[in-house]
Write a protein that binds this ligand. Structure first.
Ligand code: HEM
Ligand SMILES: *[C@@H]1O[C@H](CO)[C@@H](O)[C@H](O)[C@H]1NC(C)=O
Ligand SMILES: *[C@@H]1O[C@H](CO)[C@@H](O)[C@H](O)[C@H]1NC(C)=O
Length: 480
């Protein structure tokens, strides 16, 4: 044998031994993981997952992955091994087992900016305590007695400033409305006052950081947002001190009706906790519902038949009020807005303001033959369920009538429709959000006609945004 033959024999022997060694030592797969692709080390498939796409679709990444792997697949996202769920049943199962099999788990950067006491990141008893406070503040009773009136007056404040034949960003107007409402309800701040405008400006910088890459480097949006966060917190703390002073002086005023007053009086939260609670409520209540209102303005301009039916519904309510000499909407009026509720649901279904949530498995979980290992991230994707053609007919089209009873077109069951999440973390403001959308629609369709001033459409970044701010041209045409 020649030298090269020797080397060849040696190499083959080593390879053969190596293969045998690997085969013997290969652990039987302990888990039956769902199919999927773990992508590159560390970044995994995150870049593909976060690539912007039309908000009324699930995006190319999701489409390809569902086609290849099905409704439950594994991936590597945000630096962690992850199970993505587009399955309505698994999403419900995740919500129902919050705190038992799964737990809320937002990326560290979110906690860094919203605060470690923010409701979005808290779990366990502390979450429960904060949730009780929020629910108290957004209760059915308060909606009827306080919030309906506030919502209507803030709607009119915004809409009455619209000039005939003017062009402006509808998204900015929706933001103005929800910000004013939240600032008033949480801290009794009045719209248009310098301090409110100042807070709003800081808040815009803050928001840019929440949705940007978490790079704490000079000049980066995240760094600027952390600075805004501390400015905002200082501001809230001042408000708080002022309030405590007033309370000690025994000044009884209407302000104790706001969240700040209530928390100071009825809870034993620390200053730090109150600050994070106020900030996270401002965030949760303002960003989401303003996008929802902008989406309804967008979808409706593309659906004249829905506007016509809304006008009929709201005109009837308005005429009855006029005849009885009332000026403000009451709860009975709100309950009459039936078709409007269909428009609200359809807007949330197609627009998907909150597209997916962050969870992690607390234990090894088995679901429909698949294993989800303890410690893995789990992302329930609400949007993909709402846009699933096996649950909703023609899911990409805006069709509020699908929500009418006996509509004939399959509207999915309310079990498949989860725009506000579910279980013990179901959105605390869902009823307020629907009220805001309905009351805004009431005054909008009764007073204005509108069209897009330039083409624009909602994108998922994955937070939903109109790149041009949804520029509209309005005509003032009061129906009554
Ligand atoms: C259309 C508008 C809205 C949508 C689509 C929406 C959606 C959601 C979703 C999906 C969650 C669950 C997050 C998770 O489980 O990880 C949530 C939580 C929450 N939302 Fe909303 N929301 C909206 C409006 C509001 C409003 C107006 C408020 C009022 C302040 C609000 C307050 C909250 C709070 C406090 C939580 C945390 C609940 C908890 O952890 O117990 N939301 N929201
Ligand atoms: C508030 O009081 C309750 C008992 O009344 C206690 O369990 C909780 O830990 C307290 N919270 C804080 C933040 O001190
Ligand atoms: C809208 O969706 C909710 C589920 O979030 C459901 O309970 C309600 O009946 C729906 N409204 C209409 C008018 O279909």
């Amino acid at each position: 044998m020649s030298d090269s033959d020797h080397i060849f024999l040696l190499l083959s022997t080593i390879s053969a031994l190596l293969i045998i060694f690997i085969l013997i030592n290969r652990k039987k797969p302990r888990f039956n993981l769902p199919p999927g692709n773990m992508g590159w080390p560390f970044i995994g498939e995150t870049i593909g997952y976060l690539k912007p796409y039309s908000a009324t679709s699930v995006g190319e990444f999701m489409e390809n992955h569902i086609a290849r792997y099905g409704k439950i697949y594994k991936s590597n996202l945000f630096g962690e091994p992850t199970i993505v769920s587009v399955d309505a049943g698994l999403n419900r199962f995740i919500f129902q087992n919050e705190g038992k099999l799964f737990e809320c788990s937002y990326p560290r950067s979110i906690g860094g900016i919203l605060g470690k006491w923010s409701m979005l990141v808290l779990v366990g008893d502390m979450h429960r305590d904060m949730r009780i406070i929020s629910l108290n503040f957004l209760s059915h009773n308060r909606l009827r007695t306080h919030l309906l009136r506030e919502v209507e007056s803030h709607t009119c404040l915004v809409l009455n400033a619209w000039k005939d034949n003017s062009v402006f960003s509808a998204q900015d107007e929706a933001k103005r409305f929800t910000f004013n409402l939240m600032a008033k309800h949480i801290m009794s701040m009045d719209p248009g006052k310098p301090e409110t405008e100042h807070l709003k400006r800081e808040y815009v910088t803050f928001m840019k950081g929440v949705v940007s890459a978490p790079l704490n480097l000079p000049g980066c949006a995240y760094r600027k947002a952390l600075q805004s966060r501390s400015t905002i917190l200082k501001f809230i703390e001042e408000k708080m001190k002022e309030r405590i002073r007033k309370m000690e002086e025994g000044e009884q005023d209407m302000e104790e009706d706001d969240l700040l007053g209530w928390v100071l009086k009825h809870s034993n939260l620390s200053t730090e906790q109150i600050l994070d609670l106020v900030l996270s409520l401002l965030f949760a209540g303002h960003e989401t519902s303003s996008v929802a209102i902008a989406l309804s303005i967008y979808f409706l301009q593309g659906c004249p038949a829905a506007i016509k039916q809304l006008q009929e519904e709201h005109l009837e309510i308005a005429i009855a009020k006029k005849q009885s000499g009332e000026t403000e909407l009451n709860w009975e009026d709100y309950k009459k807005m039936e078709f409007t509720q269909c428009v609200v649901n359809e807007t949330l279904r197609l627009g998907n303001v909150v597209r997916f949530l962050h969870r992690k498995a607390l234990k090894d979980v088995r679901y429909q033959g698949y294993d989800i290992p303890s410690g893995w991230k789990v992302l329930p994707v609400l949007a993909a369920v709402h846009l699933d053609s096996s649950l909703f007919d023609h899911p990409q089209s805006f069709n509020p009538w699908r929500w009418q009873q006996n509509s004939g077109s399959r509207g999915g069951t309310s079990n498949d429709f989860m725009p506000f999440g579910g279980g013990p973390r179901l959105c605390a403001g869902s009823e307020l959000a629907k009220l805001e959308m309905a009351v805004f629609t009431h005054h909008l369709v009764l007073n204005y006609r509108w069209e897009l001033a330039e083409p624009d459409q909602p994108f998922a970044f994955p937070f939903v945004d109109f790149p041009k701010g949804l520029p509209i041209k309005v005509k003032h045409q009061p129906l009554i």
